[in-house]
Design a protein around this ligand. Sequence first.
Ligand SMILES: NC(=O)c1ccc[n+]([C@@H]2O[C@H](COP(=O)([O-])OP(=O)(O)OC[C@H]3O[C@@H](n4cnc5c(N)ncnc54)[C@H](O)[C@@H]3O)[C@@H](O)[C@H]2O)c1
Length: 322
Amino acid sequence: MALLAGKVAIVTGAGRGLGRCHALALAAHGAAVVVNDLGGSVVGGAPEKNGPDKNGEDAAAVVVAEIIASGGRAVANRASVADWAGAKSIIDDAVAAFGGLDIVVNNAGINRPASLITLTEADYDLETAVHLKGTTAVCHHAAALWARQGRREGRAIINTTSPVGVHPMPDGGPYCAAKAGIAALTVVAAQELASLGVRANAVAPAARTRMVMASPSVDQLMPRAAGFDRHLPDHVSPLVVYLASPLNRFTGRVFGAEGPDVALYQPWSADWLVSGDGQWPVEALAEALAALPEQAPIRAFYPGGRIDTLIPPNRTLKGLRG
Ligand SMILES: NC(=O)c1ccc[n+]([C@@H]2O[C@H](COP(=O)([O-])OP(=O)(O)OC[C@H]3O[C@@H](n4cnc5c(N)ncnc54)[C@H](O)[C@@H]3O)[C@@H](O)[C@H]2O)c1
């Protein structure tokens, strides 16, 4: 029997890129899918270079047609996840079309790179609205439905963070912060919803999509090579199907995924502790902290694979020292 037979899934931002691949993969494994994307509408009042298509392409409908042509079941939803009521309509459509909801894939996203110096309020509002508010809103409405229904086994939330949500980089403050927030929200969801039979995990993907093509520096890290193309978005979807399936053993964790590589992140960890006899005098605290290392060794998982590095990186300390 198919791994996800009888399951109902929603995938946000599923009209193209990673979300489209996830929707097709979930459907191929037997799930009925609500394919959410913006279609021809516009977020925040202005067309985005990596947001909805300006020509009004109904991307969700195209993916629905692909799934149905392959013998699957799917309906389109064209709400913005950044709209609280719109997010609810995605859950409502799952119930109306397929009688329930088992799997939530929060994937919708947008990227407007800007440094803290050049950032605008509009950049900040859009990044946080689509990523953090959108993911929270969809999780909330799904959780509220599941709480009304009571415990059922096999429910899953798969959120989409980013390599830069766990290893933040310059020139993407609100994006990195929103993606870090999504990783934190995932841990909260795992804790709060376990008793409803929900496993919640996050995926930090690396794939050559429209979003990446709009960021030349990232595109350089994902070159097109002859033979196996490790940067196709399709390669991330088996992990999403696994996390949605009864095979999944994990909850509250973040996975990296690029081509054939799947990484499991260690969470933040308080590795060092200095303890005083009461409130620290500041000078004594400085003396105690002087014994601790200035840099922490980590294993980053960026496009291109795993690298051993340090936080803060040497270039940051060099920048401070001028
Ligand atoms: N491609 C990568 O390497 C990479 C790396 C890290 C994280 N991500 C994340 O993966 C997710 C998918 O991105 P992608 O690379 O496939 O980009 P993409 O631009 O190809 O797809 C994103 C989709 O989200 C949709 N969307 C945007 N705002 C929306 C909204 N308010 N409501 C509903 N849908 C909306 C867009 O219309 C688009 O179809 C995003 O969350 C992105 O941040 C991607």
